[in-house]
Design a protein around this ligand. Structure first.
Ligand code: PMT
Length: 326
């Protein structure tokens, strides 16, 4: 028998490439602990009675996955994603009454911290000999807002943060979340903003120790990471509302690729964005429509995630209504 799928619920993928990926991945550390946290979170935030927003749970994925080149990893391939989109979107989902599973890359942008300086501890606090630590007057408002909004989400039990680093961790955690969110039906949503590696070094062909530079240029073959979008839709959580992202650097192919992803993977929406303008505008691609969503430039502090999440919440509401009358 093949090595067990390391995580979950006797699930065996029907696609052989996906099965092979999971069977050969290194076991997810703390899988039992993550599963217990997820179960507790879903139980607390979802009840089968009522279809109010309080019952809705969204999994927001955020930041980029790494691809290790060695088992005792010294070097890895990474990507550009800062996690800003995922962190900002998480704040707006929480404000809209959703509970959020924030599946994020360690060290990337966090919800409610977007307005803080990069080195907040050193730049916002002052310590005068003998006195207590104090927040600098000029940073007081932004620090207060970050702390109170974050504490409210944590105290209300509506935010669960789960960190990943590698492509192996990310996909195993996504699978675990999806299989457990299955019972939430159409009130569950996937908002897949993470920048997921398309190529990787399979664990069994990876060298154990640091690759030596003395042997000349590095010649490595990377395998293709199987796309997980259709399996989320068809097998893991078939009733959930699914939004994937499409990033390109060439705007001429962006909408065509987004439209293809919508149909091929059965997504409910694809958010298309270009690398250089991603903070100004995104285009939401639906089956019969394309909607441009822009940052309101005249408003101080405005971002593109605010109108984007409003649109998504509206469409998710319609989806829930349609599902319950079907
Ligand atoms: O983090 P920021 O700096 O704020 O930037 C935000 C963002 C640009 C990263 C975000 O808006 C975005 O576009 N994220 C998706 C980037 C990406 O990986 O695009 P893609 O074309 O490679 O993948 C498309 C979709 O397929 C993604 O939703 C991804 O979750 C999914 N995918 C990708 C590879 C893979 N093997 N399996 C997948 O399911």
């Amino acid at each position: 028998m093949a090595a067990a799928n390391h995580i979950e619920e006797l699930y065996v993928a029907s696609d052989p490439k996906i099965k092979e990926f999971f069977d050969s991945a290194p076991p997810l550390q703390d899988a039992a602990d993550i599963k217990a946290k997820l179960n507790e979170f879903i139980q607390r935030n979802f009840s089968t009675s009522g279809d109010g927003k309080a019952n809705r749970i969204v999994c927001v994925t955020s930041g980029g996955t790494t691809v290790p080149l060695e088992k005792r990893c010294v070097r890895y391939i990474d990507n550009f994603s800062s996690g800003h989109r995922g962190a900002a979107s998480t704040e707006y989902f929480l404000k809209s009454g959703y509970s959020v599973i924030f599946l994020y890359r360690r060290g990337t942008c966090q919800p409610f911290c977007r307005d803080l300086p990069e080195n907040a501890l050193l730049e916002c606090l002052t310590y005068n000999n003998g006195s207590n630590l104090q927040v600098d007057q000029k940073s007081a408002d932004v620090v207060k807002r970050a702390i109170t909004e974050h504490q409210a989400a944590v105290a209300g039990g509506s935010l669960l943060k789960l960190p990943f680093t590698t492509i192996f961790e990310y996909l195993q955690m996504l699978q675990l979340v999806a299989l457990l969110l299955r019972r939430v039906g159409p009130s569950a949503m996937f908002y897949l903003a993470a920048a997921v590696s398309d190529f990787y070094v399979p664990w069994e062909s990876m060298t154990m120790h640091k690759i030596q530079s003395g042997s000349g240029p590095l010649d490595m073959q990377l395998a293709q990471v199987p796309k997980m979008l259709s399996v989320v839709r068809t097998e893991w959580a078939p009733l959930a509302f699914c939004i994937s992202f499409k990033l390109e650097t060439d705007k001429d192919i962006l909408l065509e690729k987004a439209g293809m992803a919508l149909k091929k993977y059965g997504m409910h929406m694809v958010v298309a964005n270009e690398l250089l303008t991603r903070k100004e505008e995104v285009i939401v691609v639906l089956l019969n429509d394309k909607i441009s969503v822009r940052r309101e430039k005249s408003e101080a502090g405005a971002d593109v995630e605010n109108p984007l999440i409003k649109l998504i919440v509206e469409r998710h509401s319609e989806y829930i209504t349609a599902s319950s009358s079907a």
